[in-house]
Design a protein around this ligand. Sequence first.
Ligand SMILES: Nc1ncnc2c1ncn2[C@@H]1O[C@H](COP(=O)(O)OP(=O)(O)OP(=O)(O)O)[C@@H](O)[C@H]1O
Length: 590
Amino acid sequence: MATEAELVLAGLDPEQRLIAEHLRGPISVLAGAGTGKTRAITHRIAYGVRTGVYAPERVLAVTFTRKAAGELQGRLRALGADGVRAQTFHGAALSQLGHFWPDVIGGSAPQILPGKVAALSQTVEAAGMRLGGEALRDLAAEIEWRKTSMLSIDDYAARIDQRPIPTGLTPQQLIDLHTRYAGLLEERRQIDFEDVLVLLTGMLESEPRVALQVRERYRFFTVDEYQDVSPLQHALLKVWLGDRDDVCVVGDASQTIYSFAGASSSYLLRFGVEHPNARQVRLERNYRSVEPIVRMANRLMRDRPGALTLTAMRATQDPAPEVGAPLTSATPLAKRQARPGAKPPTQTGPAAPTFEWFASEGDEAQAVAGSIAAAIQTGTPASEIAVLYRTNAQSARFEDALRKRGVGVRVHGAQRFFERADVRQAVMLIRGEAKVAHDRPLFQIVSDALRAGGWSTRPPEGAAERDKWEALSSLLSLVDEMPPGAGIREFSEELLARQRTQHEPTVDAVTLSAVHAAKGLEWSLVHVAGLSEGQFPIVHAVDEASIDEERRLAYVAFTRARDMLRLSGVAGGTRANRQPSRFVGESGLI
Ligand SMILES: Nc1ncnc2c1ncn2[C@@H]1O[C@H](COP(=O)(O)OP(=O)(O)OP(=O)(O)O)[C@@H](O)[C@H]1O
């Protein structure tokens, strides 16, 4: 009989298992897209907790976005590793800084500046200069880059000739604005987002007593997306660790997409130099995508530094889903994805990725919306479809074209699910129900509570109403994910836990997202739009390093697709006269 702990290892492939069983000492995992790195690290932590090697409250799992942290926390909870903390670097640093500030510095920690651009606009005005919105944003990005690269203003001034200068500024004015901005923050007793990490790292380096307390609290570290770590985050991790080395880092050099903000994959690739006793494991079996997509992704990254070669694991013809079977590395994807309402996969073999070229942006949006409407008609759930693009400004035309066809849309990066007024009200109503004794089935109690919040069984007309209906319906669908016998109290607790960790339910709508925000996600059908030179790669990517970063971004986009990948681009008429993106050619599609 397998023990409780061993059950956590079931369903891992041999390399994932190696990772999960390596509980002590440094380990780096080079994990290609869709190779189950999140699965490997969550199971590793759960295995550590279940075997008693880790005290859950001493484990810290760090990632980059709140969404990813919420996802990680949710997966850990599902594996029974409840007390483990999954946070962003920023979130973890902010709570530690707030905790120690009164004792070390006195008083409460400074307020966080709500937005850099507004403060910079004042700084620029006070300096008697004028800058447009775009130049202000570039200036903000440059300040962020300097801080995450851990450069003082003097260090920065010494290398100003290698930096991009926002339009309308001389190098000297740029340096002067860095100084004035720092002065403004000091005057207002505010700190910015990057300062949180700068100050905490400084505090831990200079106050051994504080460092000791933090190290006492956290013993076992896991860092996801380590290819995107900045020098500042790396320095913080180092002080968290002190002279200990219980750290697991996971990443994929081919998915480094934040170099512009100071990230560097060299920390991942040189982990063995920093920790000579580290174990290194590669995950190269891709479980996500059908073979033609994997082949194309490999081709795009061929011979690039640090690139892994993925092997497609999905069978050409996945057999029909079988509910309740234990997961193994040989379990075809179709089994794992059996969702209520989803049709079994067709038996015709995987479709090759396609590329279509359009005269205008309007034509492209119409064609993408048409293809999506047809996919929904033939049984692909809307929540299994995404349209990805390079910049947020591209979303509106797809949103419009899809809504006109009556397709529900969710624009990624818009308001967070649990912060929506309608969702907050519904959660409150459900919590109210949890305070009363009931003998009705859970589904009925929740649907009645949602009705009181304006929900009905039939989807309403109108985009905004429909949007609300979809959000509330997704809360109701969470009832199906509860264990048998769960009542309204457990359900209400589950909602609270999800609210705390921003663990969103799946909304039945097509996702529209910029590629950066699609990192770590997957869909059955993915459209990547706007693949034209000047759009993707973006117009200002001119040198080799920034083209490389754009290529990695394209790689992230392409590898989000499980079953179907459709690429498109726009010539843009005589005015733009664009050519198809080089990444389409490099992937072997044209
Ligand atoms: N051993 C396995 N057997 C079967 N399926 C697996 C296995 N490991 C991972 N998968 C599946 O592969 C897909 C990718 O896994 P996961 O989300 O953990 O990937 P990832 O490596 O974090 O991806 P990325 O870096 O591209 O975001 C998921 O659908 C997951 O269920």
